[in-house]
Design a binder for this molecule. Structure first.
Ligand code: GLV
Length: 391
């Protein structure tokens, strides 16, 4: 018997207009949204290749790298993380994970599947890792790969000392992998100068493109390590040498690897073009100023930042302690129901403890900072009143 078509698909598509001020995705600009309605192109058409070349140049600029092995993975930020490890880790390789929140542990979930030998260096709760802690862990573990998130979106921590860590990695002949998913464009990142071997970022955070396409870059040292693997990369889809050939990274003819979404290419190209037009450094400064304004406003409404040391605070995802007796879910629901505004709760180690406010891309403006502060304050007062009226 023929199954009937679903009734729900008879309804027109409805998408509400929300202000996305959680940890991402952030709102896309009109220019990015408009680009998404262009006609679909084939994944091997010369026009698609041209757009891919533009994207590659934009990503190299934002990462501040000359790496020819700069490309995009068709997948979200998680695919960027998996690309790092599936290409660089072989059975028994010692991988040291710097943890300032959830992301080091998420990396472990991936490395387990690759039979890597996982070691940890954990920061004190709410703090970034110190060089002393990292150096001590290097002495003890002699890692072949070191990973850290520059910005950990679960805690709102900015990992400092990346330049020093890069030098340490070089001394230990250790590959340096940095997650810049929520940090790139909101704080300085200098891939080549800091000797980073593999970096990936999110399209849907500061850049304000849709999720589903993830910029990644490999140093020559990292590519040499992949070429000298004893075993095949355990994922065809994420194999950097194959994806890189599709992205014209290796002076070899482009190959068909997979069917990239031309629509996502348009969105990312336009997002990168906007950041380049505004100026990379200006964009970083704007994000830092917005975060500073938010932090001052948080004090004014008698709330407290979760990260005690101001230098350890990530400008793009700001974590604020949930006041005692307040249910963060009610606050978040209030903001969404009344204002279509997303304010998130904690994740992983900060679950139930913080609000997470994203100031990224289109949402990194003083107007949006003031809006989110006003609504957060109103929502907390309202939930407190509701609780009182129950007594
Ligand atoms: C995703 O990046 C999150 O922090 O929720």
């Amino acid at each position: 018997m023929e199954l009937p078509a679903p009734v729900s698909l008879k309804q027109p598509l409805y998408v509400p207009n929300k202000t996305l001020m959680g940890p991402g995705p952030s709102n896309g600009s009109q220019r990015v949204l408009d680009s998404l309605s262009n006609p679909i192109l084939g994944h091997m058409h010369p026009e698609s290749f041209e757009i891919m070349d533009d994207i590659k140049a934009g990503v190299q600029h934002l990462f501040q790298t000359k790496n020819t092995a700069t490309m995009c993975i068709s997948g979200s930020g998680h695919a960027g993380m998996e690309t790092a490890f599936v290409n660089l880790v072989e059975d028994g390789d010692v991988v040291l994970l710097g943890c300032t929140g959830l992301w080091g542990h998420r990396a472990a979930e991936m490395i387990k599947r690759l039979n890597g030998d996982i070691r940890y260096v954990e920061a004190r709760f709410g703090r970034s890792l110190t060089m002393k802690e990292i150096e001590f862990a290097f002495e003890g573990h002699k890692p072949q790969i070191f990973f850290v998130a520059q910005g950990d979106s679960s805690t709102g921590i900015l990992q400092q000392h990346l330049k020093e860590i890069g030098e340490l990695c070089e001394r230990y002949n250790c590959l340096f992998v940095v997650d810049t998913v929520t940090s790139l464009g909101g704080t300085e990142f200098l891939m080549d100068a800091w000797k980073v071997d593999m970096a990936y970022t999110g399209s849907h955070k500061v850049l304000g493109a849709p999720p589903g396409i993830t910029p990644v870059s490999f140093s020559e040292r990292a590519i040499a390590r992949i070429r000298s693997r004893k075993t095949l990369v355990k994922s065809y889809y994420l194999d950097a040498l194959l994806v890189g050939q599709y992205w014209n990274c290796f002076d070899l003819p482009r190959i068909y690897h997979h069917t990239i979404s031309s629509t996502l290419l348009y969105g990312l190209r336009e997002a990168l073009a906007q950041v380049c037009a505004a100026g990379r450094k200006n964009v970083i400064t704007r994000h830092q100023e917005c975060s500073h304004r938010l932090q001052c406003g948080v004090q004014d409404i008698k709330l407290e930042m979760f990260v005690p040391n101001a230098n350890d605070r990530l400008p793009t995802v700001n974590t604020i302690k949930v006041p005692t007796g307040v249910d963060w879910r009610k606050v978040s629901e209030y903001a969404m129901t009344k204002y279509n505004l997303e304010i998130s709760g904690g994740l992983g180690p900060t679950a139930e403890q913080v609000f997470r406010i994203g100031l990224m891309g289109e949402n990194a403006t003083f107007e949006r900072v003031d809006l989110v502060l006003n609504i957060l304050h109103e929502a907390i007062q309202s939930t407190k009143l509701q609780e009182k009226s129950k007594i």
